[in-house]
Every structure is written in C-alpha cells, then in structure tokens.
Unconditional design. Structure first.
Length: 417
C-alpha cells in the first residue's frame, strides 16, 4: 500500500504572498503553526526555478526546540542536498556549495580549516579597525544628514569588514557586494529588473566566483596576512583546497558576511525608533549594556529566516511521519518568537538574559562561525550611533521580497527630527 501525503496545511508559509508580508504579518501565521501544528506539510515554495513533482512540498518546523533538535542531528537531517527552501539548477547548486551544503566528514575538515580565521585572536586583531571604520561611517552620516540609512550606514560596515579580512581590493568591493545581493534577492521583482530568477542568480554567482578566483590567483603569487592567503595555502589531509572550494567559500563569505549583519543593523535601528525606552537604556550605559543587547538585536532581526535540511531516514516529529528524502525547513524567525522560550517575545528588550535565540543557527555543526565578528560590528557601530546621533529616527523600511534573508532595501532616516 502506498502511503499518501498529508493535506497541505491551510496556513501557507511558502507563497510569494506570504514572503511579501512584513515580519509582523508573517509572524501572525507562524504563531498559529507554532501553537497548533508545529510540524506542517506545506506546498512547494512559490517561484521555484525547477518543476516540482505532484506530491512535492516541505515540512515547516516552527518551534524553537524542534529547530534546535533538527540542527543538532545532522545524521538524520543532512545539508548536502542544498539548504534553500526551493530547488535551484544543479550547476548553480554545485558551484555555490560551500560547507553550508556539505556534510561530515568533509564539512568537519573544512570548518576546522576556515574557523582559524574567526578565532577570538583574529577577531581581536581586526576589532580596532572595525571601530575606526564605524567612526568614519558615523562621521559621513553626520556630514550627509538625512538620508537612506541602509545605503549610508547598514551596508558599509559589513562589506568593509569581510572584504578587508579577505584582502579584496577596494575597487572590487562594490561589485562583489552587489553580486552578493543578487544571490539572495532573485525573488524580488525590483531587484531582478526584468531578469529571470535563474539568470540573476547565475549572473551574481559568476561575478563572485570570478572575483574570488582572481584574488586567489593573486595571493598565490603575492601572499599577505589575510584570509584569502590562508585559504590558498591551507591543506586538508595533505591536499590544498580546490579552486571550486575556494570560490564557494568566497561566495559564502560575501553573502553571509554582508547581508545578514547589514539587515540586522537596519532592523535594530528600526526597533530603536519604535522602542525609545530601550534606546534610553543603551544610551545611559552603552559600554555596560551593548554586550547583552547585541543578542537581542539578532533575535529581533532574525536576518536568516529559513534553512533547509533533507531527512536521511523515516522519522516522526509531533505525530507527523517525515519520510527519507523529505525536505525539512527550519523557520528561525518563528523560533525567535516562541513563547515557550522567550518571555514577551514581541517586546524588544535589550536587557533580555538569557537569550537563547537561533539567529546564528540552532546549534550543531552549522552554527554560524562568524557570530563573534558580527557581534563586534554591532557593538562598534551602535556604540557610535547611540553616542553621536542620539536622536536618529528611521522611517518606513522598503522590504525585500524573498524567503531566505529578511532584507531591507532602503529606509529613510532623520538625524534631528
């Protein structure tokens, strides 16, 4: 007897209509699923680049505890078949597959190698430079006055930090950052500007790979004290990284290092405008409060909204039979609003402690390696903003349409309202 699929859940979280909602609008549906059907069978993500089978779909995982459980069980829920909520052409997947979409033992080897770039010592080395860059960004903001906060502030520090660590020439950084945007923005009609999603994704990927390999070639001839030099000189089991692995890692750094921190900065500034009492707490003692507050910044922003795993065996979760080969999608933003874990989850509370958010992932082998770097950037930039432009207010954000990162395309700000 062939076992049929369950019915698609009436509360849809895979449509473009859903992903066009504000975070608050999306949360209304996610809360229903968390409370009533924490593991729900959903229609395939709308706008997929590849045709879907008749019974295709994915399991939406919406509770904090289940997100953590899936994250920490890579033997049952693997990453090697892709991590996006929709299918992408195999050639694009292969070219972009960094260790985000790799399983043990190769993932363990690559992570051990690359994690050397994100040790406390290495982050400490660049901390003073990040602080200097944050000061320059706020200098320019004050000189400019009222402006688009995303363009003038949010995008600049993450882009500078990650490409400074890589050693990418200044004249190539805007091109690389623009291509990184395309890697997560192809569902947004404004960003696509008439291109098909696959064309934008491929164009962005080719640009990043080209820039990354050019930099790698240069570092083989002209080694320096930077991350790309470390990558081209590193060995795993006596073998150097392949061109494909180096290129894929540069793609990962460009996307994860730029978009996530940038959007956390934007959503945090929006929150500080909406919750002036929290701004006052930070302004009263920025040095004493920012270490705790940055975790609330990340919980609130939840910049990465979804990540997929694929079941390697039949397993049951909340009474639902997940079959081997099924897609399992973790909704991090939902986990970060789970009332079972967070008191008053809809309140932006910069003193919240403990704060076991899943903004850097749910733990396990794919926990964000760059979390210390992100924290350093957030502390430095908001320390400057809170002290030097204490009355800055933001207007309505223009939201990116997409199911991977909660992106803010633009957001007006006023320095002295």
């Amino acid at each position: 007897m062939v076992q049929t699929r369950p019915d698609y859940d009436p509360v849809s979280v895979g449509s473009l209509e859903f992903w066009s909602l504000t975070p608050e609008g999306r949360e209304e549906r996610l809360r229903v699923l968390r409370d009533e059907r924490p593991v729900s069978w959903q229609r395939p993500a709308e706008g997929s680049m590849l045709p879907q089978e008749d019974d295709a779909g994915f399991w939406a995982i919406t509770r904090h505890a289940d997100i953590a459980a899936v994250s920490k069980d890579p033997e049952t829920f693997c990453s090697g078949q892709g991590v996006m909520i929709e299918d992408v052409p195999s050639d694009i997947l292969e070219a972009a597959s960094s260790f985000l979409a790799t399983d043990a033992p190769r993932h363990t080897q690559l992570r051990r190698l690359v994690s050397a770039a994100f040790t406390p010592r290495r982050v400490k080395q660049i901390e003073a430079q990040i602080a200097d860059q944050a000061r320059r960004i706020v200098d320019d903001l004050i000189a400019t006055g009222d402006c688009d906060f995303v363009d003038q502030v949010s995008r600049r520090l993450p882009m500078w930090t990650i490409y400074e660590m890589c050693g990418l020439p200044v004249e190539r950084r805007d091109d690389a950052a623009h291509a990184a945007d395309g890697m997560v923005s192809w569902a947004d009609a404004d960003v696509r500007a008439g291109l098909e999603p696959a064309d934008l994704l491929n164009q962005s990927l080719v640009t990043l790979i080209t820039i990354g390999l050019e930099l790698a070639d240069d570092r083989r001839e002209n080694p320096r004290d930077d991350l790309m030099t470390s990558l081209v000189q590193a060995e795993v089991d006596g073998e150097r990284l392949s061109e494909e692995e180096i290129a894929a890692f540069f793609v990962l750094l460009s996307v994860a290092g730029n978009d996530t921190t940038r959007n956390t900065i934007s959503r945090t500034m929006e929150a500080l405008t909406r919750f002036p009492d929290q701004r006052k707490i930070l302004q009263a003692d920025p040095d004493g409060t920012l270490n705790t507050a940055v975790d609330e910044f990340v919980r609130w922003a939840s910049p990465v909204m979804t990540f997929r795993r694929v079941a390697t065996r039949d397993v049951e979760l909340h009474g639902q039979r997940i079959r081997a080969g099924d897609w399992v999608v973790m909704f991090y933003a939902s986990g970060n609003r789970d009332e079972r874990v967070f008191t008053e989850p809809y309140t932006f509370d910069v003193t919240r402690s403990p704060n076991p958010h899943v903004g850097f992932g749910g733990g396990g082998p794919h926990f964000c390696m760059g979390n210390m770097l992100a924290r350093t950037q957030l502390r430095s930039l908001f320390g400057e903003l809170l002290r030097r432009v204490p009355d800055l207010r933001t207007g309505e954000p223009v939201q990116l349409v997409g199911n991977f990162v909660d992106g803010v395309k633009s957001m007006p700000c006023t320095l002295n309202p």
